[in-house]
Design a protein around this ligand. Structure first.
Ligand code: SF4
Length: 416
């Protein structure tokens, strides 16, 4: 196992999600330029942001009780370069780097808010939880939040409720200038009247017009699916729908609000509809649809069926690993076992390659919260030579065009 962990950073990333990490007293994360551990909106962002060998960015659980029992301990080396090292059961496994904390993390907006209350880096992209708390948390007589979710616990602690367009643009500019972001991801919960897309549109338009960055939107599925044609027209590049669980009984039990409000079938219909928009409309921007699930909340076979369904309609699965976050309804649950997760992530890579899906094309996007499909290549013995070559060419062509466009925007926008 140790040899495998040393040579396969994808396995290390997965094993850390499942087992967590302890910090030795020699670690001085913030003093050494690392990122503070934030209880962010996304919930999964509760851990320590690290860069593993092979350029794999991750967010290792450190705050949850299961992490206190982890065989992994992070140590700071005593050599001249004070390299951080991961140890497992007392044996040195791998050097790691702290994900750099940019200067804007310690800055405030012109209105006096800490910039990290507007948005935070997750890996190398900017994540913004927009607007007020998801209304499943405030429903009467009984809240109907998803049981793994921490959004309602965190609100007002690390995120600001009110984020004006100007404030968001100020933070996006800082993140572009200092952190070189290429992608901004907006995330909202459920709001009565399906207002989430209306809320996001002014932010999306300004970022597109002024900075030309890639933009993703993760919200519940709007009841008027035609709204996604419009999102595509205004330049949105990614839509993501988190149905979390493919098993109907478990979906109803763990996501009572989503079940009552939209139902699993409507989540799936939104994914199918949005994936069918690829290649339509006037926008020349790239467009991908994601269906997001949480592996570890249902049997691995059910996660694999979810991956098959998502890829069958031309969408790309996003597979999180269940993390029993402190304070949530599932805080006493165990995280999944690494060995149960390997077949799921192997299947994620193979299903995407077999369906010819455009994975790994966007430039400079390293995601810390999940293992991306392309990062799961190491779990498969299949090589997909033709498809890999095609993706490499597409990546090169898209990367060149996109970088050129971004440079043009940078010249005028970053000094605004
Ligand atoms: S929809 Fe569920 S997961 Fe999303 S913010 Fe609301 S309670 Fe949390």
């Amino acid at each position: 196992m140790l040899d495998e962990l040393r040579t396969n950073p994808s396995l290390l990333k997965l094993d850390l999600y499942c087992k967590g990490l302890r910090l030795d007293d020699s670690c001085f994360i913030e003093e050494d330029g690392g990122r503070k551990i934030l209880r962010t909106r996304a919930g999964l962002g509760s851990g320590l942001e690290l860069i593993l060998p092979g350029g794999l960015w991750t967010n290792a659980p450190v705050s949850e009780p299961f992490a206190a029992k982890s065989p992994y301990v992070l140590h700071k080396g005593t050599g001249a370069n004070q390299q951080y090292w991961l140890y497992r059961d007392g044996v040195q496994v791998s050097p790691v780097d702290l994900s750099p904390r940019p200067a804007w993390y310690d800055a405030q907006t012109a209105t006096g808010k800490p910039m990290t209350r507007i948005g935070t880096l997750q890996g190398t992209y900017l994540g913004i939880y927009q607007a007020k708390v998801c209304e499943y948390w405030t429903e009467k007589p009984q809240k109907v939040n998803c049981k793994f979710c921490s959004v309602g616990l965190n609100l007002g602690i690390d995120d600001s409720d009110e984020k004006s367009v100007d404030e968001v643009l100020e933070v996006v500019r800082a993140a572009r200038r200092e952190s070189g972001i290429t992608y901004v991801d907006f995330n909202t919960g459920h709001y009565e009247g399906d207002t989430y897309l209306d809320i996001l549109e002014p932010y999306i338009r300004r970022i597109k017009e002024e900075l030309g960055l890639l933009i993703g939107v993760q919200t519940p599925p709007h009841r008027d699916l035609k709204r996604y044609d419009h999102l595509k027209e205004i330049g949105v590049n990614r839509v993501s729908f988190c149905f979390e669980i493919f098993n109907r009984g478990l979906f109803e039990e763990i996501c009572p609000g989503k079940h009552a409000e939209y139902g699993l079938d409507f989540y799936l219909e939104a994914i199918r509809y949005c994936a069918s928009l690829t290649g339509t409309g006037r926008s020349d921007e790239p467009w991908v649809t994601n269906g997001e699930i949480i592996a570890g909340l249902e049997p691995p076979g059910s996660s694999i069926r979810a991956i098959d369904w998502i890829t069958s309609v031309g969408a790309i699965p996003t597979v999180c690993v269940f993390r029993p976050l402190v304070g949530t309804d599932l805080e006493d649950h165990e995280p999944p076992k690494t060995e149960d997760m390997i077949p799921v992530f192997q299947h994620l890579y193979e299903a995407c390659m077999e369906k010819g899906l455009p994975i790994g094309l966007a430039p400079n996007i390293h995601v810390s919260l999940v293992l991306l499909p392309e990062e799961c290549r190491a779990f498969s013995s299949k090589r997909y030579l033709w498809q890999s070559a095609k993706l490499a060419v597409m990546k090169k062509v898209f990367g060149r065009q996109f970088e050129r466009k971004l440079r043009e925007h940078d010249r005028s926008a970053l000094n605004a």
